[in-house]
Design a protein around this ligand. Structure first.
Ligand SMILES: [Zn+2]
Length: 408
């Protein structure tokens, strides 16, 4: 074990020796961006590497290149990516150790004067996905593979349709220095979101769900942090709570979103606001999303959206018969596509509409919404669990395995 580690360090050093000669006695050229931060997250199914940059970049066409292990040279199997227009110098020369059974570590080095090379040293590998996100500029690499078991064995994660619905992650949108939309009488979206979310959490607990809130108070969280909380909690359902805004004071109503990469004018405006990116940045984002496979989770999320939507419209109209139903929509929301569980984003109403704002401000209406959403999630759970008996038995075994997993 020690020998292997030492071998890896040696390989790292060797890799850097190959990267660095160009730096000796060389000044940094003008006009380059920097690497702001490198982060890694270990999820049940994959490991995510995020490299945050100070400048938006265009990736080279050949993308991420996979190199087989060279055992003679003591080099592990690795992926590399050349990032043009970025200066990293020697900041990350010792590398970042991951050691999660999938990745050994991550290194960055100055490959040429105007090029930074990202190297991911692998322990295991099956496939990867690579995308670039704007605002802030980020390179995201997800590496999938069967993790080398570092501790007790586990069965891994089942497909969504075989999983029990046990843990619900409730995500109150915005917070802290990010107020979200501001509406009538200074009504702040972040406050509405938090109030509804807390009530929703309580309702869900009454239904016997385990509930995780991404925030419990008025604090700022990045979209990445929100999904990291959700993934670490091993959630089965993710609900992001928001309130809407419009330039048109008369626009009002309830709508719910699932993830999609297709164009739709109105969704794009909502997505731009909720992602906190300018609308112009949504095109590259959509191109990145279009390459990703929504997979089996898409249909589960749509089912969840439709049950929650139906319950909310039916319930909310008991309070206000004129409440507008804006339906179920799709949009390119970071917070949804980052997540590996059934996920929806609720737009509870318009803070910019007189009548909606009054409702959203009212604790009674907030409670009603929370109750109707929670009932919708409960119906979703019952539908999933009413699946074929064989699936149910499998799911039960997996739920126990997953609970044991959590204790490792
Ligand atoms: Zn929002």
């Amino acid at each position: 074990m020690i020998g292997r580690k030492r071998g890896t360090r040696f390989a790292r050093l060797l890799g850097l020796i190959c990267l660095l000669p160009v730096l000796v006695g060389v000044e940094r050229p003008p006009g380059l961006g920097d690497v702001r931060e490198v982060r890694t997250w270990s999820y049940p199914d994959f490991t995510r590497v995020v490299v945050e940059l100070t400048e938006e970049i265009e990736l080279p066409k050949n993308g991420l290149v996979r190199l087989k292990a060279n055992l003679g040279a003591g080099r592990p199997e690795r992926l590399y990516l050349d990032v043009p227009g970025i200066w990293v110098g020697r900041r990350f020369e010792s590398g970042i150790e991951v050691g999660d059974g999938l990745l050994d570590g991550v290194r960055l080095g100055q490959n040429t004067l105007r090029n930074t090379r990202l190297v991911i040293d692998l322990e295991r590998y099956d496939h990867h996905r690579l995308f670039v996100l704007p605002s802030p500029a980020r390179i995201v690499v997800d590496v999938y593979g069967e993790r080398r078991r570092t501790r007790a064995d586990s069965t891994g994660r089942l497909p969504a349709e075989l999983r029990k619905v046990h843990t619900v992650v409730v995500d109150p949108g915005h917070g802290g220095r990010d107020p979200g939309a501001t509406g009538i009488g200074g009504l702040r979206e972040k406050d509405v979101n938090l109030a509804i979310s807390k009530k929703l959490a309580q309702r869900l607990e009454e239904h016997g769900f385990e509930v995780v809130l991404t925030r419990r108070d008025d604090r700022a969280l990045t979209l990445e942090e929100r999904t990291a909380i959700a993934e670490s909690a091993d959630g089965d359902v993710f609900i992001s709570i928001h309130a809407n805004a419009s330039r048109h004071a008369q626009t009002r109503g309830f709508e719910i979103y699932t993830l999609d990469a297709n164009h739709e004018r109105h969704s794009l405006e909502v997505a731009a606001r909720e992602n906190r990116v300018p609308a112009a940045s949504l095109d590259p984002l959509q191109r990145a999303l279009a390459r990703l496979q929504a997979g089996e989770l898409a249909s589960q999320s749509e089912r969840l959206a439709s049950l929650v939507h139906e319950n909310v419209i039916r319930g909310a109209r008991q309070r206000d018969r004129t409440l507008t139903d804006l339906g179920i929509k799709k949009g390119p929301f970071y917070v949804l596509f980052m997540s590996s569980m059934s996920s929806v984003l609720v737009e509870a109403g318009f803070v910019t509409n007189q009548r909606d704002a009054k409702l959203l401000r009212s604790p009674q209406f907030q409670s009603l919404l929370a109750k109707q959403i929670a009932d919708g999630v409960d119906r979703y759970r019952r539908q999933i669990e009413a699946g074929p008996a064989a699936s149910a038995r499998l799911a039960k075994g997996a739920a126990i395995a997953r609970r044991n997993d959590g204790k490792l």
